[in-house]
Design a protein. Structure first.
Length: 152
């Protein structure tokens, strides 16, 4: 789906929840739509600060986006990261963080997804809970750093 169409759909979602797509919100939305990175709050601010988006306005926008499901917060090593979630069909996914370079990537392996669904089903059946979201964070050394630090 193209960028402008995604932004239009997000604008419609904001309107249906009583919010407007103000200039600062559009700048932040556009950032999320155009990147596949997991962004820390300071990353967001550094990328949009030349667009007249203040830190408080950015923080309020992030909270609104989280509240209505546009973005998702992922906490890794006590740090908050945000990723676009509105167009994702994945309610269960895993992340891998390199302990050397800090890079975060999503793992979309079907076997991992299947195992996560089995664990979800077991917990729901055993404890009568309803699970609507699962995020797993694995840590290790990525393939690029593995070459550099000589890890087996």
């Amino acid at each position: 789906m193209e960028t402008e169409k995604k932004i239009f759909e997000i604008e419609e979602l904001l309107k249906s929840n009583g919010y407007k797509l103000t200039h600062p919100r559009e700048v932040i939305v556009r950032l999320f739509v155009q990147t596949s990175e997991h962004l820390k709050p300071e990353d967001i601010y550094n990328k949009v600060r030349n667009e007249d988006v203040s830190i408080p306005t950015g923080d309020r926008s992030i909270e609104i986006f989280k509240k209505i499901g546009i973005i998702k917060e992922v906490v890794i090593n006590n740090e908050r990261y945000y990723e676009l979630s509105i167009f994702s069909q994945k309610k269960f996914h895993s992340h891998f963080q390199c302990s050397v370079c800090g890079k975060i990537k999503e793992d979309n392996d079907r076997r991992i997804f299947k195992d996560m669904l089995m664990q979800r089903d077991y917990i729901e059946e055993t404890y009568n809970d309803v699970i609507d979201d699962v995020t797993v964070v694995m840590r290790g050394v990525c393939s690029s750093c593995k070459k550099d630090v000589n890890v087996a």
